[in-house]
Design a protein around this ligand. Structure first.
Ligand SMILES: [Zn+2]
Ligand SMILES: [Zn+2]
Length: 472
């Protein structure tokens, strides 16, 4: 999971300081082997104990994993998730009162296809990781990212029973991967899809928890990137310890208290194997995406001002969300892509509405039709761009904007946008065609759109419209 590229390959010992002068702060006896924070030198044994204790304490404090529960560990082969795997092994081998009591399995998502890795390289990585996983004795699942194209729509509605998807598999894979090559932003779309695949694997293999290896450094990147991407409303869910947006499968992040540096020290000292694989984000250049730019910013910050990174991360701990619990009645109101509760159904006099109006006014090509501006003000159908309003009234002939050349497709884009949170709308807006999204997303979009149309048609006959239709 952890993809922050920090360079800690040098031996993490203290060659320049004579070790006799540096006693371990914990046992005050052995000589220091590692400095975790400035002024806190630890000996090898104490560092190990501190590291293992932190993991157990994080799980103990949050009390979300129950004894005997099946927990799926998402391991990317990177330092942080590999270290997480080791912590679970350590936890299961501890003596009675300290022992972890859940039953773990491992999942690896092979992103090689999406980043253009050769078949040979993918097979090599897979066999290296298989050897690591086999050594743990845990059951493991190797899943190619391409499998998102075969996911059932139920993934994005937190339903329990998966349905088989239609198979135009090969063509879909080619089309999707081709577009992944040419467009950086599609990689932003791939991240939520990757999450869908993890959730689906957990569901179909009978796990009820998903354990992610996000370190504190990783979460600092996520936090800042999320703010920049307009994901303010989802911050708490995106960066918190546990995340229950999928309902039955709860994701937890037990590595969130460790910095990338600590993890690198631990992995080096206790020979935790990690397999470096090119991932969706690591292949991009520094300025390819907001996530990548934030990542390089945080890495530099970590190098020069290490304590600021943990400050960013501590901020994420304090975040709370006014999110309602996800229940069957609320399913219509979650984002189709990130499955967070929609932040777009808000009142008229909100910052969100002002943002929309400013966006329309500043768009260079489109002339703002009075209808669209009014619609934006009234909050009705808030994501309909002006050209769509025009194409509906003028038949798509006189609008003059480039978007109007394909009215049928545009309608789908508009309908799709209505089903997305603000941030995911921005992501999808950059895509040249929504057809590139996997079929399970598109068919779920059609289903939801039909349902809301139907609901609108019969709304006059509904007695209790406060409860259901207030979000129109
Ligand atoms: Zn010690
Ligand atoms: Zn979203």
């Amino acid at each position: 999971m952890c993809q922050v590229e920090e360079d800690y390959r040098d031996p993490p010992l203290l060659p320049d300081l004579p070790s006799v002068f540096n006693k371990c702060v914990k046992c005050k006896d052995a000589s220091a082997a590692v400095v975790v924070r400035a002024g806190d030198p630890y000996c090898r044994a104490c560092f190990k104990e501190y590291f293992i204790h932190k993991f157990r304490a994080m799980l103990g404090k949050n009390r979300v994993i129950f004894p005997g529960e099946k927990v799926l560990l998402a391991v990317s082969g990177g330092p942080s998730s590999s270290s997480m795997l080791r912590q679970v092994q350590e936890g299961l081998s501890q003596n009675a009162h300290k022992k972890l009591r859940f039953s773990p399995g491992v999942v690896y998502i092979d992103e090689g296809g999406a980043v253009g890795q050769s078949v040979q390289a993918r097979l090599r990585t897979a066999s290296e990781l298989q050897a690591v996983f086999r050594a743990t004795g845990f059951p493991f699942h190797m899943v190619p990212l391409e499998q998102v194209l075969d996911l059932p729509s139920s993934v994005v509605v937190a339903a329990v029973s998966p349905e088989p998807a239609a198979s135009t598999y090969k063509a879909a894979v080619d089309r999707f991967m081709q577009s992944a090559d040419t467009e950086h932003h599609i990689q932003t779309v791939l991240l939520p899809l990757r999450q869908h695949l993890l959730v689906h694997t957990a569901r179909s293999e009978g796990y009820s928890k998903l354990m992610l290896g996000d370190s504190c450094s990783r979460l600092a990147v996520k936090l800042l990137a999320a703010i920049s991407l307009g994901r303010g409303a989802q911050l708490a869910q995106d960066t918190g310890f546990s995340d229950s947006r999928y309902g039955d499968i709860v994701s937890v992040k037990p590595m969130r208290d460790y910095s990338a540096k600590e993890i690198a020290f631990y992995n080096h000292m206790f020979r935790v194997p990690s397999v470096t694989t090119p991932s969706l984000t690591s292949k991009m250049s520094d300025k390819a995406s907001i996530q990548r730019l934030t990542e390089s910013f945080i890495s530099k910050l970590q190098a020069d001002f290490p304590s600021t990174v943990s400050t960013i991360y501590r901020t994420s701990e304090k975040l709370q969300t006014a999110c309602r619990p996800s229940s069957a009645a609320d399913r219509m109101d979650t984002c189709l892509l990130c499955v967070c509760v929609l932040d777009t159904s808000v009142g008229n006099a909100t910052a969100f509405q002002s943002t929309l109006i400013s966006k329309y006014l500043s768009e260079p090509k489109a002339q703002v039709s009075p209808g669209a501006a009014a619609a934006a003000r009234s909050g009705h159908n808030p994501v309909t761009p002006p050209c769509v309003e025009q194409s509906r009234s003028c038949g798509g002939e006189h609008c003059g904007t480039s978007a109007c050349t394909a009215p049928a497709q545009l309608t789908l884009t508009t309908d799709l946008k209505n089903l997305l949170c603000y941030s995911c709308q921005l992501t999808v807006r950059d895509m040249s065609s929504v057809d590139r999204l996997p079929q399970y997303i598109l068919s779920e979009a059609q289903r939801r759109t039909r349902r809301s149309q139907l609901r609108e048609e019969i709304s006059d006959f509904l007695l209790d419209d406060d409860e259901d239709d207030s979000r129109g």
